[in-house]
Every structure is written in structure tokens, then in C-alpha cells.
Design a protein around this ligand. Structure first.
Ligand SMILES: [Zn+2]
Length: 346
């Protein structure tokens, strides 16, 4: 039974990827999720105090509630200073290497509500002036934004309304080709797309789960405290849907969904993970089991905040994470089917 609307999944993901949402500036992405889900009568939607979206789907039975989460916030930057020559110095939002955005287009959002285009460069970018700067360390002091504005100095840039604390979003450069989705910020907009597609599939079928489900579209994961708050206290389980790390030494790939049994914050819940593996096998969902060496999730954030739930982590394989990422529809479909199977489980 092919019950999943893959066109919807792709279209939703592409649109979400194109909405800038660096951590702390994710309101438009949350709005978009809310707008998409508001057409379904079986859901109740609310915002948490810190701006995440909580979606409740009432269950028919008396079993304990479940929570699921994925995050819309992404890597990004903020203006730290304006140099005398009008170039902008940045501070990072989230953990990434500066070389992963070197040469990338960006948008600066001023506090007055305007946006400005530019690009991220090293401060010795011209090979003809500075030679090949292969040994230049890419760090806060050597990276800058070149604005596409005629302002020639710091005063001119300030006159535009640009200042310290303005958010900077990197161009995602979304491309869908041969079933691959290549873009920045698939972490974790791919996960959000899987959750929203799972909800849509069940709503299209007028399906009411046995247990009430609470979906938290989290907005501060990249800085470590996204789902630390916002998971309803009735929930006894938390299924985190976040990207699987693909690369040398990993079992994960772009064509499978993965269950992560341990990351740098420790093991996930064994019993819940075992149940999910059995579900995947029963539904012939292609999955891998993996361990991520440099990774923490919103599940760890909730546990560290005192959350008393069983936590498991699944997600689509994403290549070149926190760089120019890529996944494949196969991984997104497998992840979504797994979420649906979980919600259907009584
Ligand atoms: Zn993530």
C-alpha cells in the first residue's frame, strides 16, 4: 500500500528549506509549519513560550501519551561587528566549520525589518592580491560578509540600518535531482518534513491513533536546548526524528532511515529502540542501526533537563552534515513510514 504523498513531502521540504531559520530567527519557518498543519481538523496547534510549535493529535484509547519532535532551526550567524571598511564580522549560531560556508551567498536581516544580500568570504579572498590563502585559518576574525550595497564604510552600513545582533542566513541552494535533495539545513528540515508528512498521511486517512500524540516542532536544537521544554508531561515516550550521520565508519546512508542507539550523550532507550526495530522489520522499512560520535539531539536536551521519558532517535541519512548536505527520497520515505507505523502501533 503506497499511502504516502511523496509529492507533498518533496514540495513541503523544498519550501521549508527556502525559508531562512537560523536558531533564534525561526519564526517564519514555524509559521509555515503551522499554516500547513492548520488545514487538518483533527489537530490542535499551539505555540510554546519560546516559540516552538506543539501539535496535538488526540488518541482514542487510554494508553500513555507519546511525543515526537524534529527541529526547524538551523545553523547561521549573527553580526558581531562592522569593520571600518564596511565588511561585517560574524559570530556563529550552532556548530560548524567556517570553510563550509566560504563563498556562500547570505542574507542579513536588520532589526528594522529589512533584508540585505551579500556573501561570506575570507578577508584575503582575491588570489591576485593575496595569493592562495590555503593556510589562512578560517575563524571569526578572518571571515567577513561582503554586502551587495554601495556603502563604502562602517557609517554607510550603519545608515542602511545594519547593526550588531542582526541575523545572517546562509543560502540553502536547494536542488532536487534524480531523487536526491541537495541543500543546506536538511538537518533537520528533512526530519520536520517527515513528521508533517506522517501527520498528513494519517489525517488524509481520517486515522485516530490509539494513543494521543504530541509533536513538538522545536526551534532551538542547534544550540542545545530545543526540546528541553515543551514536551507535555503526559508523554511517556519521545521519538526524536533527526538526521543520521553519513560518512566513513558509519552504517547510515542516504537511502535508508537509521535508528541511532548511541551518540556522544550516551545510549538511547533500549526497549523503545528494540520495539522500533521490530516495527521496521514488520513493515519492511529499510533501516540501519548506527552510533554517532559527535552528536547530541533534542532527546538528550530533554533528558538533561530532567525529562522522564524513554527516548529513541530515528532519521534519514544525510551526507556532509552541517556542510552542503544531501539526502535521497528513499531515506525520507522510509523515515516517514516508520513514524506512521509508530503512530499506528496501539
Ligand atoms: Zn539536527
Amino acid at each position: 500500500m503506497n499511502e504516502l504523498d511523496e509529492k507533498f513531502l518533496t514540495a513541503f521540504l523544498v519550501e521549508l528549506l527556502n525559508i531562512p531559520s537560523p536558531t533564534g530567527f525561526s519564526e517564519h519557518a514555524i509559521d509555515f509549519c503551522e499554516k500547513t498543519l492548520s488545514v487538518f481538523p483533527g489537530l490542535s496547534l499551539q505555540r510554546t513560550h519560546k516559540g516552538a510549535l506543539l501539535v496535538n493529535l488526540a488518541g482514542t484509547g487510554k494508553g500513555p501519551d507519546r511525543a515526537l519532535t524534529a527541529h526547524v532551526d538551523t545553523l547561521g550567524a549573527m553580526v558581531k561587528d562592522i569593520k571600518p571598511n564596511g565588511r561585517l564580522l560574524l559570530t556563529q549560531l550552532g556548530g560548524f566549520a567556517w570553510n563550509s560556508v566560504e563563498g556562500e551567498g547570505c542574507t542579513v536581516y536588520s532589526s528594522g525589518g529589512r533584508s540585505f544580500r551579500g556573501s561570506i568570504l575570507i578577508n584575503k579572498a582575491s588570489v591576485h592580491v593575496h595569493g592562495r590563502q590555503v593556510d589562512l585559518k578560517r575563524e571569526d576574525e578572518t571571515m567577513e560578509v561582503r554586502l551587495d550595497e554601495t556603502a563604502k564604510d562602517a557609517d554607510g552600513v550603519k545608515l542602511l540600518g545594519i547593526g550588531v545582533g542582526d541575523f545572517v542566513a546562509f543560502d540553502p541552494r536547494v536542488e532536487v535531482v534524480n531523487g536526491f535533495i541537495r541543500s543546506r539545513h536538511l538537518d533537520d528540515k528533512a526530519g520536520v518534513a517527515c513528521l508533517v508528512s506522517a501527520i498528513k498521511t494519517l489525517q488524509d486517512q481520517n486515522f485516530k491513533p490509539a494513543r494521543s500524540a504530541h509533536f513538538l516542532i522545536s526551534n532551538f536544537e542547534e544550540v542545545g536546548h530545543g526540546a528541553a521544554a515543551g514536551i507535555p508531561k503526559e508523554a511517556e515516550e519521545l521519538l526524536v526524528v533527526d538526521m543520521a550521520a553519513v560518512g566513513e565508519g558509519q552504517t547510515s546512508d542516504e537511502f535508508h532511515t537509521t535508528i541511532c542507539v548511541k551518540d556522544s550523550t550516551g545510549p538511547y532507550h533500549h526497549g523503545m529502540s528494540q520495539r522500533l526495530r521490530k516495527l521496521a522489520e514488520d513493515h519492511q522499512i529499510p533501516y540501519k542501526v548506527d552510533i554517532y560520535p559527535h552528536y547530541g539531539s533534542d532527546g538528550s536536551a530533554f533528558l538533561n533537563a530532567g525529562g522522564n521519558v524513554a527516548v529513541a532517535l530515528i532519521g534519514p541519512g544525510v551526507d556532509a552534515s552541517h556542510h552542503y548536505e544531501r539526502t535521497h527520497m528513499d531515506a525520507l520515505v522510509a523515515t516517514t513510514r516508520w513514524v506512521i507505523a509508530y503512530l499506528r502501533e496501539s
